[in-house]
Design a protein around this ligand. Structure first.
Ligand code: ZN
Length: 240
C-alpha cells in the first residue's frame, strides 16, 4: 500500500497557510506525472481542513482515477473560504470520501480528556448528518497526537491518519506524506518517497524537524522553520 498524500488548499485560498497553499497548475502537473508512473487507483489524495478551493482539485483527481478523501473541521463548515454543507454533499456524491479533522482544529496532544472526546465525537456527528453515512476516517490536526489521544481516536474511528509515513504498520493508522509549496514541483523526490518503503533522506529530515520542534524554544523553532521554508508558515487555527 502506498502512503497517502496530504494537500491543503489552492490558488491562495482565503485564510490558508502560504506554505501549504499550491497553485492548481502545480497540483495537476504533479498528479499527471504520478499517474503515468504509478496506478492512481492505489494512491489516495487527502485534503485537510476543508478549504473551498479543493473542489476542482478533487474533481480532477477523481477523473484521473485517484481515490480522494477530504478531512473536514466541523466548526469551519459554511465559513468564508471553507466548504459549505452543500459542497460536502456534492464532493461525497462524486465519490470523495469524507473524514473528520476534529471539531475546532486544536492540538489533540495537549487537550483534556473531556475536550478530546468532544473534538472526536461532535465532528463525526455533524459530518454524518450532512452525508447521511457513517464517517470512518479521522486525521489529527497538525498530525499531533499522543498515546492516549490515538487510543481514543481508534475507539471511535476505523482509520486514523497522521502526517508521517506509517513506520510501524500499526493497525488502523494511515501514514501520509505532506505536499507543500516547496516540495510540490520535485516530482521525482515524491515518486521515490511513494515507491520506496523508507527513503532514508526523507526520514532524516523528518527526524530533524521533530528533534528541533521538541527541544528548541518555540520562537527559535519558528524562526528556523521560516528560514528553511522561505515562506511564512502560520498557524491559521491558533491551536495553542
Ligand atoms: Zn489541519
Amino acid at each position: 500500500m502506498y502512503p497517502y498524500l496530504i494537500f491543503h488548499s489552492f490558488n491562495k485560498n482565503p485564510y490558508s497557510d502560504n506554505f501549504y497553499d499550491l497553485r492548481i497548475e502545480d497540483f495537476i502537473s504533479l498528479i499527471d506525472f504520478l499517474s503515468l508512473r504509478i496506478n492512481p487507483r492505489k494512491i489516495t489524495l487527502t485534503f485537510d481542513d476543508g478549504f473551498k478551493s479543493i473542489i476542482p482539485a478533487v474533481e480532477y483527481s477523481l477523473k484521473k482515477g485517484y481515490k480522494t478523501l477530504a478531512y473536514i473541521i466541523s466548526d469551519y463548515i459554511d465559513k468564508d473560504g471553507f466548504l459549505s454543507k452543500q459542497d460536502i454533499k456534492y464532493l461525497h456524491s462524486i465519490g470523495c470520501k469524507i473524514g473528520s479533522h476534529s471539531k475546532s482544529h486544536r492540538d489533540l496532544s495537549k487537550v483534556s480528556k473531556e475536550i478530546l472526546k468532544i473534538e472526536l465525537i461532535e465532528s463525526k456527528k455533524v459530518l454524518e448528518n450532512i452525508i447521511g453515512e457513517k464517517v470512518n476516517h479521522f486525521s489529527f490536526p497538525y498530525g499531533a497526537h499522543n498515546k492516549f489521544s490515538l487510543k481514543k481516536a481508534k475507539n471511535i474511528y476505523k482509520f486514523n491518519a497522521l502526517s508521517r509515513p506509517n513506520f510501524f504498520n500499526e493497525e488502523n493508522i494511515i501514514g501520509r506524506i505532506s505536499i507543500n509549496s516547496l516540495n510540490c514541483n520535485k516530482h521525482n523526490n515524491i515518486l521515490i518517497i511513494l515507491t520506496k518503503k523508507t527513503p532514508y533522506k526523507y526520514l532524516i529530515r523528518l527526524f530533524l524537524s521533530y528533534f528541533l520542534k521538541t527541544f528548541l524554544p518555540n520562537p527559535f523553532y519558528i524562526f528556523l522553520k521560516n528560514l528553511i521554508t522561505k515562506n511564512k508558515s502560520k498557524d491559521i487555527f491558533n491551536a495553542n
